[in-house]
Design a protein around this ligand. Structure first.
Ligand code: ZN
Ligand code: ZN
Length: 218
């Protein structure tokens, strides 16, 4: 996996996503994608810092009414635990550090399972309100054409993919919702490895994937 050059990142987390991450209200699966992007992206880390500061001030105002210092400190501690701001650590691993515990190791430890069309996945264990998986799409291969019933966050970790909206390279995150139908195609070169979170089943525009998707939890 190529070392990420921060200036190459063109697609970022939206403000509502960063705010929800800061407040600790995202499903764990989305939180993991956000934390992983933030660990790669100076711009989003800076924006998160300003949202964290605003959240802190709101708490301080509440504190001036009737909340004891002790209670306030405990609350702030809880908030900080809910949405830790990942720091850029020197990269010793191939996978960004927020992923290591979820995978149970580095890229070589990923337990890939084939899901058809050459595509493999590993579903990571999180709370059930949303699902997050690593996806490996062989270079030049397309993910079947699909729409979305909820939100899909896709973060590129290796290689790149294109769809009708744009090109997504290492560090880029695509935020897809009900309005988008797409057929992501991995570029030639390295296999495309993504971290993808969804909070509702995808809507495949072909019969076969619909039959298979129950088993794949896509
Ligand atoms: Zn960013
Ligand atoms: Zn999609």
């Amino acid at each position: 996996m190529k070392k990420t050059n921060m200036t190459d990142i063109n697609h970022h987390l939206t403000d509502p996503l960063l705010m929800a991450y800061s407040a600790g209200t995202l499903p764990e699966a989305f939180s993991l994608v956000a934390a992983t992007h933030i660990s790669l992206c100076d711009e989003c880390r800076a924006r998160l810092g300003s949202f964290d500061a605003v959240g802190g001030e709101v708490m301080m105002d509440a504190g001036s009414v009737a909340v004891s210092d002790e209670c306030l400190a405990a609350t702030l501690k809880r908030i900080n635990q809910g949405a830790p701001a990942p720091r850029p650590a020197p990269r010793k691993s191939v996978l960004p550090s927020p992923l290591l515990d979820y995978v149970g190791g580095d890229l070589g430890d990923v337990k890939w399972r084939k899901i058809g069309g050459g595509v493999s996945q590993m579903i990571l264990s999180t709370s059930k309100d949303a699902t997050v998986r690593l996806l490996r799409i062989p270079a030049g291969t397309a993910v079947p054409d699909h729409g979305h019933r909820g939100t899909e966050l896709t973060l590129v970790l290796q290689g790149a993919f294109r769809d009708a909206t744009d090109r997504f390279g290492v560090g880029d995150v695509e935020v897809a919702n009900e309005d988008l139908n797409h057929k992501p195609v991995a570029e030639a070169g390295a296999d495309c490895i993504c971290l993808a979170a969804t909070d509702a089943p995808l809507r495949f525009n072909a019969f076969l994937p619909r039959v298979a998707q129950k088993f794949m939890r896509i």
